[in-house]
Design a protein. Structure first.
Length: 309
């Protein structure tokens, strides 16, 4: 390229010299001859240089494309790996959170359904661990409550087997009664359910202020116990040793009254018979009573008349 350009410039210089010396024909002949050839060689050199540059540019472009393609592949791979790593970390975090939460939900449902022997993982120190620890404590408290309730139910069942038991609402109406009570008074449960307690007492007592006061005390939470005369079916007289017990709810409000009773009718009648016999003896004979030291305690009218006191 440089040599062809040099030769072309030399030819142009010679042509210029010919023109200046007025050798126009020689200048034209040189231009059409050696100069034209030199120009052609320059043009060929330029074309060769352009082709060389084009080839070099193409090669550079291809190399750049390959490098860009490789870089793009690397970037895609890195981004893909980052996404996978993010998904893996998210899955591990979600698993670490979801599994304890799922466990807490399962334990909650089990406790709700009455299953109180669940194994609860309380090793976690986060908020979920605090929830599980609370569930475990609640489960333990409910187990203790159930054990206590079972003991209470057992005692109540034992009392129910030995005594007559009847329940009333705060108005005095029968809610329930066990077999011992029904057998004692001769009723069936259907005959007395919803009936007022007054069906078991004499009409005069049921209408008295004393009877109203009796129920007012029970409604206010006062316990009452003693020996009571009651009427069974067909007004059969029954004597009971009983207690009337106001039952309260968790807030301390009286919700019902439970009566526990034992039949003492035979004992009561036997005592009445003894008292009658003693009264008859007292009417026929003179009777006086002394303490162990000989001091007079009491004397009947027959004795007093006999001795003038």
């Amino acid at each position: 390229m440089s040599q062809a350009r040099k030769e072309y410039l030399e030819e142009i210089g010679m042509i210029a010299a010919d023109v200046q010396t007025r050798h126009r024909d020689k200048a034209i002949a040189r231009y059409q001859g050696e100069a034209k050839q030199a120009q052609s060689r320059v043009q060929q050199a330029v074309e060769a240089l352009v082709k060389h540059q084009d080839a070099s540019f193409e090669a550079t472009y291809q190399q750049s494309s390959i490098a860009a393609s490789r870089a793009r592949g690397v970037i895609i791979a890195v981004v893909g790996l980052a996404i996978l790593a993010g998904l893996l970390v998210s899955w591990l975090l979600a698993r670490g959170v979801v599994r304890p939460l799922r466990h807490a939900v399962e334990v909650t449902k089990a406790i709700r359904d009455g299953k109180l022997d669940n194994i609860v993982d309380v090793s976690l120190q986060d908020e979920t661990g605090q929830v599980l620890a609370s569930l475990d404590a609640m489960q333990s408290a409910l187990r203790a409550r159930d054990d206590k309730n079972a003991d209470s139910r057992g005692q109540i069942a034992a009392i129910g087997k030995a005594q007559a038991v009847i329940e009333f609402d705060l108005e005095g109406k029968v809610l329930a009664a066990n077999g011992n009570f029904l057998n004692l008074l001769g009723y069936s449960l259907d005959e007395i359910t919803g009936k007022h307690h007054s069906v078991f007492v004499e009409a005069a007592y049921a209408a008295s202020s004393e009877y109203r006061s009796f129920w007012e005390r029970l409604r206010s939470g006062e316990y009452d116990t003693g020996q009571y005369k009651r009427l069974g079916k067909h007004d059969r007289e029954v004597w009971i040793q009983a207690s009337y017990n106001p039952i309260t709810d968790a807030r301390g409000r009286v919700v019902k009254v439970v009566e526990y009773a034992t039949d003492i009718t035979e004992h009561k009648l036997r005592n009445a018979d003894f008292e009658g016999q003693l009264a008859a003896i007292g009417k026929a004979q003179a009777i006086i009573e002394f303490d162990l030291d000989g001091t007079v305690r009491t004397a009947n009218e027959n004795f007093l008349r006999a001795f003038g006191y």
